[in-house]
Write a protein of this length. Structure first.
Length: 463
């Protein structure tokens, strides 16, 4: 496996003439080598691969296609990419060590965990969660003290979506798989953010579980998902500024009006390479952290844990109990302070990402900056494995772990306080709901030892 990745890295190195390509590919190989799959689903490797992409994407795109990038021309990007790769490794080994810590003394069961519900019940619950997520999104921002908790509840829908994808692929039902994905993908364009991304990636992760190299349909499906993701990202890059302005003005009040507006946009007037460059610049979240790196510690001293103290204070004082708690500092303010760049901020109803990696560097410098990041991965790994081991139903475990991993781990550009607080909220809410559902199902239908391997226990079996 490492030889294969080494060969790819060697070819890419010749094409890009950037030595950082090799360590970047090596880190990607370690992600897939070190992190375990869950029930055959590469949940953690996929989440950390997306994290890795935001650190490394520009190393491949801009040199290979000979495109100009302000990142490579105007910032010490190599140093920041190195720190970013170090952060990815810290999270990876933290996760693995946390999982191994919880696995000590475990004896794997000879029986497979049963499904929590039959196909029809799962699909009905998915539809219900889909509807509830839309309603919660409408009201969440009206209650500032519990907004984060309400938003977290909407992720339950993603957990059920993942389970529906898994079940469809297990049954070979490609029609429902494609239909659900299409609806989710299209409606993902009707929000403020790029919500079309999640169903495509989650479908891809589910597909990896059943992927067989000799199946042409599987190869075609993977290629189709990759093409959809790329085209959608380019399209969104082109339209998002004007589209968000229209949403802010209240000119597109319904989902249908938004889809009608988007369908009339003609991209043929745009420069295709220009859009690709903008997308590459957006994905490669290195520019502003690299500019800040150049000023610390020469112009600004290390802050000795300032950002982590703010994070601890934010976590132990939830807003629904401490309503007087001040709002979080905009990342744009940090960018302005440490880089001197006049970037858009709260006054334009936006925020320019700064990222936990540069904040940890500002706090502690190298090498101590990696310790709290490793601790983050270790703690997430502990709770991840605790749920994987403790939940008695296979699909509940997969859905909960998917939500926790995908919404806690993949964003390199997330600030320290948001990285930790989102992970804590995610684990508490998602994990708590999964445990509650698991115990409720056990009361209705106890799981007996010695279940036949691979047999699905359904609600009809219990009745």
């Amino acid at each position: 496996m490492f030889l294969n990745y080494g060969f790819i890295a060697g070819v890419a190195l010749i094409g890009t003439i950037d030595w950082l390509v090799f360590p970047a590919v090596f880190v990607l190989a370690l992600i897939w080598r070190v992190l375990p799959s869950q029930d055959g689903v590469p949940i953690l490797p996929a989440a950390l691969s997306y994290h890795w992409l935001q650190v490394s994407a520009g190393l491949f795109y801009f040199p290979v296609f000979n495109r100009y990038s302000r990142i490579t021309d105007e910032s010490p990007y190599r140093a920041m990419v190195g720190l970013g790769l170090g952060c990815v490794l810290a999270i990876v080994f933290g996760l693995r060590n946390g999982i191994d810590f919880m696995r000590r003394g475990d004896h794997p069961d000879s029986a497979e965990k049963p499904h929590a519900m039959p196909d029809r019940s799962l699909f009905l619950l998915y539809v219900l969660a889909f509807g509830c997520a839309g309603f919660i999104q409408l009201i969440a921002w009206r209650f500032p003290s519990v907004t984060q908790l309400l938003v977290q509840l909407t992720f339950v829908h993603i957990g059920f979506l993942f389970l529906v994808f898994n079940r469809c692929l297990e049954r070979g039902n490609w029609l429902i798989f494609t239909s659900v994905l299409s609806v989710e993908f299209i409606l993902g364009f009707t929000g403020v953010f790029a919500n079309f991304r999640d169903p495509v990636i989650i479908a891809g992760i589910a597909l990896l579980r059943v992927f067989e190299k000799r199946q042409v349909l599987h190869w075609l499906s993977v290629c189709a998902l990759a093409a959809c993701a790329l085209m959608a990202a380019v399209f969104w890059t082109s339209v998002k500024e004007e589209y968000r302005f229209m949403l802010a003005q209240g000119k597109l009040p319904t989902k249908m009006s938004r889809l009608a507006y988007l369908s009339k946009i003609d991209l043929r007037q745009n420069n295709g390479w220009g859009l690709m460059d903008l997308l590459g610049d957006r994905i490669w979240a290195i520019y502003y952290p690299a500019l800040a790196y150049a000023h610390v510690p020469d112009d600004f001293p290390h802050t000795n844990g300032k950002y982590y103290l703010e994070t601890l204070n934010h976590i132990i004082r939830p807003r629904f109990l401490f309503r007087e708690k001040s709002t979080l500092q905009s990342d744009s303010e940090k960018v302005r302070y440490y880089t001197g760049q006049d970037v858009a901020g709260a006054e334009e109803d936006t925020s320019i990402a700064f990222g936990y990696a540069i904040e940890s560097y500002i706090d502690f410098g190298v090498p101590w900056m990696f310790l709290p990041i490793y601790a983050f991965g270790f703690l997430v790994g502990i709770f991840y494995q605790a749920l994987a081991r403790g939940l008695n139903h296979r699909d509940l475990a997969l859905g909960a772990l998917m939500v926790i991993a995908w919404y806690s781990l993949p964003l390199f550009e997330r600030s320290t306080v948001r990285l930790w607080s989102y992970a804590v909220t995610n684990i508490v809410i998602t994990g708590g709901l999964a445990v509650l559902a698991d115990q409720t199902l056990l009361r209705i239908r106890p799981v007996k030892s010695g279940n036949v391997l691979g047999r699905d226990v359904t609600m009809e079996d219990a009745s």
